[in-house]
Design a protein around this ligand. Structure first.
Ligand code: NAD
Length: 319
């Protein structure tokens, strides 16, 4: 049986499956997910070689962490077999990147996840805080959490790519182990590509999330809260229709596109059912054996050309 590829995550020594399990859907953010579906999805993911699970206290107002923790506990997964990341600083009631809040946050997360430590603790969506606070207060607090053994590695996440260079140029070398970028490495937007040499030079591991552009590149389309412009939504709808007409699946080619770049250690896809897990793992395996459908990719790229790298504002004005 073909095996899902594992890739080194920066200098962490962690080996993560190239396809990671994004657990935000387990917080019901893309629609309700039953416990049975969540459990079956996590079980199948593990069986098919996915070892990386990402969550946050923000997803579903702590529901995602609780559901993921319950699933991993019920399945009695050996701790050393999985890589679990969660986040701090973003909550249902707003942002708080203070040392006091993030220090309390990790204990709350560990209790919900039923774990003694997480492998990665990220500052979540740092463009909504002061980046200087992230450098001078939050990252030092996370170093203490790391020293206490509650997190093995530290990361930062967010949408605008400039936040990563701002922080990495100012934080002490080695204090940030990984970055998590989202919606910047899919067929409609591959802006992350330009940043990869810089991230490599800093020895920082790269996690890319949302290859399906948070639902834009799926048959079901995006959730109501999706921030894309109507122009981008409509171009993505056109790709869905094009693929359907040809008897192809937009999500499959979109995921395969994101998986092709090996400088990106792992691609996080939000999954809420065993069917999605099965389809996504099959897409990854097919990519390794057969490569991507180049003709279809070029057709989809041509449809998306007018909106290529179009993104949306996120966060507060820094300065
Ligand atoms: P995504 O692009 O992975 O899309 C998820 C949507 O696609 C969900 O509705 C899911 O049910 C659906 N889907 C998955 N597989 C499918 C398939 N085969 N066919 C049809 N539909 C399918 O977006 P996402 O969930 O936002 O991102 C993935 C994960 O990355 C998140 O769960 C989260 O863990 C992480 N993430 C982090 C940040 C951050 O830190 N700021 C931001 C975005 C995402």
């Amino acid at each position: 049986m073909a095996i899902l590829e594992r890739r080194e995550l920066g200098n962490t020594g962690l080996k993560v499956s190239c396809l990671g399990f994004g657990a935000s859907p387990l917080g019901n953010v893309f629609g309700h997910v039953s416990h049975a579906d969540a459990l079956a999805a996590v079980r199948l993911a593990l069986q098919l070689g996915i070892n990386f699970f990402d969550t946050s206290p923000y997803y579903g107002g702590t529901v995602s962490e609780t559901v993921l923790g319950n699933c991993l506990h019920e399945l009695n997964v050996p701790r050393e077999d999985i890589v679990v990341s969660t986040k701090c600083g973003r909550y249902m009631d707003g942002f708080d990147f203070s040392a006091e809040r993030v220090t309390r946050s990790i204990d709350e997360s560990l209790a919900r996840l039923k774990l003694d430590y997480v492998d990665i603790l990220h500052c979540h969506d740092i463009e909504f805080g002061s980046l200087d606070q992230i450098v001078n207060e939050t990252i030092p607090a996370l170093q203490k959490i790391k020293a206490a053994g509650k997190a093995r590695f530290i990361g930062i996440t967010g949408l605008p790519l400039g936040i990563f260079t701002y922080v990495l140029d100012r934080a002490p070398p080695g204090s940030v182990d990984v970055i998590l970028s989202y919606c910047h490495y899919s067929i409609n937007d591959s802006a992350l590509l330009d940043l990869l040499p810089y991230l490599k030079s800093k020895g920082v591991g790269v996690i890319s999330a949302s290859p399906l552009a948070m639902g834009l590149l799926t048959d079901n389309g995006p959730p109501e809260w999706h921030p894309a412009s109507s122009e981008l939504k409509s171009a993505c709808r056109a790709t869905v229709a094009h693929c359907k007409k040809k008897g192809k699946n937009i999500s499959k080619i979109a995921l395969q596109y994101s998986l092709m770049n090996k400088e990106i250690s792992t691609v996080l896809v939000g999954m809420n059912s065993p069917k999605q897990v099965e389809e996504n793992v099959a897409a990854a395996l097919e990519l390794s054996s057969l490569g991507i459908d180049e003709d279809l990719l070029h057709e989809v790229e041509a449809i998306l050309e007018p909106v290529k790298t179009q993104t949306w504002p996120s966060g507060i004005q820094q300065g």
